[in-house]
Write a protein that binds this ligand. Sequence first.
Ligand code: FE2
Length: 338
Amino acid sequence: MTRLQSTLLATTLLVLSANASAASELNLYSSRHYDTDERLYSDFEAATGITINRIEGDADELIARMQAEGANSPADILLTVDTSRLERAKQAGVLQAVDSATLEERVPANLRDADNQWFGFSQRARIIFFDKVELPNPPQTYADLAKPEYKGKICTRSSTSTYNQTLLASIVTHAGEAAAKEWAAGIVANMARDPQGGDTDQLRAVVSGECDIAVSNTYYFARAIRTDVKGLSAGREMIGWIFPDQEGNGAHVNLSGGGVAANAPNRDNAVKFLEYLTSDQAQQYFSAGNDEYPTVKGVALSPAIESLGSFKADEVSLSEVAANLPVAQRIFNEVGWK
Ligand code: FE2
């Protein structure tokens, strides 16, 4: 073999192995970690022959890592929760637009980015939970929560919560900044205590009697139905819930979702994976893993989430809502929502 021939051979082998790896791998950056996800990944691997390499971490860390890795990032997919984080990833430039008829057909338009950089794969509603004994007339709408009659009764987490940020951004989208600010000030005036803890802690505070009303995502309560959550499951019979705004815009929903990384080395596999996530079976695994609602219509609900009953969801575009996140942040600061 001449030197030229051996160089050619080596080059060919290099190209072949690069192609082979491109055809068979998918690098998933994920802030999800649920047991049912294992099934989600193994089914995809079995069906496609594509090996999934997972890098798990906090969403903000993963986004920062993708930014730092830049053009050399091995990330193909970013999976995370909350519209505000998906939007943050988009604004950070770590996602790219995906043109997929399957994704556009399966994921409702209001549950994906207007530029198709992120897509929702499951949803959670942010609703009102209340003490059925202490509060015979619970608030029926988000606006009701700000009424003086509920002074000293509401427990909710802080304004650093992405869930609260997206909820307030949705109110800005519907009612405008001035009305949203008035609402937020009303909530602050009605708080039973300074914001603290996560959503489960607000529900626990209803059980312990510290507050009569808690604002929480649906899956925290569904989890307490499905499994024993300390300080909550044993007392959950005293808690009622209201899907707000059923006569109006509907209950605010938020997303778990993801998108294709800006510099994805295995772009085709990445698109294939997102499309797979919209299949009926994957939708069931993905939503049941965290007691959420599927985003694809007609997919069966897990028993715990089904027991909460059906409701009308707000169908405002979450991409539009995301555009109001900076306004929401300003309002939180102005009204002193800690
Ligand atoms: Fe959560």
